[in-house]
Design a protein around this ligand. Structure first.
Ligand code: URA
Length: 449
């Protein structure tokens, strides 16, 4: 009898259902059968629900993460030299979050390698992969040799996830999605980290968002997720720091795809840098450099990060990456020639004058989805040209002559309907609200284990 035939998934599920901690070898066998599909969808769903209610110890989560990491291809950067500074960032997702577009070239300009495997938009949040698909010719799915070559030659490559990276997660996530088991901290942790660990990184930085536009609404929930992610990753062999960042307002001035790409280009060239976006990006970049030992303190990191912007080195890296992956060589010089951004169809004017004091950021993200810039179902084609620009942030003064935002759309009636959602999503008060810090706590995984 072989090992596979002695494995009884129903016993693993029963143990978890009853609150026992599973042995690492049982978790490994379970994940193997999830991957080779000898495990039924019903069994995977029952397991996910058992974990949802009973949770998992850190040891179980490490075992689940590593087993899912090992279920498919793993990137190997050993030919870049021993201790090569290979580092990435993962964000839990937000609205207007174009941080990765600038961050990867900034960190590459500091001497790191950033193989960034990004995802599509999920629910009301945007996705880096969708943003790059708005660049004509840019190949978001290069083969592995080209991906490696661009990372080696340029220092960064932002691409989409290949089918065989953590396939166990792919199957389990699809089942969780339809069985109300997505919102489980151990399952979210293993899902995110298995993919990042398969990318063969030396260090990871997490941007865990909290607030009305984040998956984790409350600061405490986001903090619990951040601490769990950082400690499980670090214990699993990937040194990880998490930063909590605010998603109670849209990040930057735009939300959409081509329109966010344009904001990222303006940021890199120095045409326009919205301060909160700049702060989040700079702090994350400094942490990444620190994580792989390119600087010896966060302060030194911040100084070097800023130098990549003022010298134009980050902009050069971005341009080199775009060209190496098939995009236009003059995207930075002539973004408007290449990016298809719909004309302004509607100016959303506040009904009363005052200051923006709060936003339902999820509703604003959903407004972009309603314009066609995000998906209602996973296979839907999106319209990269639509979106919002000149979004007034918290503290901005608005009135009859100063809009809350501009809606870019080719369909006037739709834009007017979506404007109503935005008006409802934004609170105006007569007094200017106090400034709220965008970057919160820093959680270092190694301090938790
Ligand atoms: N993103 C992931 O990749 N996995 C989850 O479980 C949740 C968000």
């Amino acid at each position: 009898m072989n090992a596979k035939s002695t494995f009884l998934p129903q016993e693993v599920i029963r143990h978890k259902r009853d609150g026992a901690a599973l042995k690492p070898e049982d978790i490994e066998k379970f994940v193997r059968s999830l991957t080779d599909e000898t495990l039924s969808e019903g069994q995977a769903a029952a397991f996910a629900m058992a974990v949802f209610f009973q949770g998992m110890t850190r040891e179980e989560q490490v075992a689940l993460t590593l087993a899912m990491r090992d279920s498919g291809d793993k990137m190997d950067w050993s030919d870049f030299g021993a201790g090569a500074p290979v580092v990435d960032k993962h964000s839990t997702g937000g609205v207007g979050d174009k941080v990765s577009l600038m961050l990867a070239p900034m960190v590459a300009a500091m001497g790191a390698y950033v193989p960034m495997i990004s995802g599509r938009g999920l629910g009301h949040t945007g996705g880096t992969l969708d943003k790059f698909e708005s660049v004509p010719g840019y190949n978001v799915f290069p083969d592995n040799p080209l991906f490696k070559k661009v990372v080696k030659d340029v220092g960064c490559a932002i691409i989409g996830q290949t089918a065989n990276l953590a396939p166990a997660d792919k199957r389990l996530y699809a089942i969780r999605d339809v069985t109300a088991t997505v919102e489980s901290i151990p399952l979210i942790t293993a899902s995110i980290l298995s993919k990042k660990m398969a990318a063969g990184l030396a260090a990871l930085v997490l941007d865990v968002k909290w607030g009305s536009g984040a998956f984790m609404g409350s600061y405490d929930e986001a903090r619990a997720l951040a601490a769990n992610l950082a400690s499980v990753a670090t214990e699993g062999g990937l040194p990880t720091v998490a930063l909590l960042t605010d998603m109670n307002e849209v990040l930057g001035l735009t939300a959409g795809n081509a329109i966010e790409m344009k904001e990222a280009i303006d940021f890199l060239t120095g045409t326009l840098r919205e301060p909160r976006l700049e702060e989040v990006t700079a702090v994350l970049a400094a942490e990444m450099a620190l994580g792989v030992g390119l600087v010896s303190s966060a302060e030194e990191g911040l100084e070097k990060v800023r130098a990549t912007l003022t010298s134009g080195a980050a902009a050069e890296k971005f341009a080199a990456m775009v060209t190496a992956l098939g995009g236009p060589a003059d995207l930075l010089e002539n973004p408007d020639t290449h990016l298809d951004i719909a004309p302004v169809a509607f100016e959303v004017k506040a009904k009363t004058s005052g200051f923006v004091s709060a936003m339902d950021v999820r509703a604003i993200g959903n407004a972009v989805v309603k314009l066609g810039g995000g998906r209602v179902n996973p296979t839907q084609k999106i319209d990269h040209s639509v979106g919002l620009s000149a979004i007034a942030g918290c503290g901005a003064e608005v009135g009859p002559d100063t809009p809350l935002c501009l809606i870019h759309d080719t369909d006037q009636a739709r834009a007017e309907a979506v404007a109503q959602d935005i008006l409802q999503a934004v609170e105006i008060s007569p007094e200017k609200p106090p400034y709220k810090d965008v970057v919160g706590e820093r959680i270092d995984g190694k301090e938790l284990i």
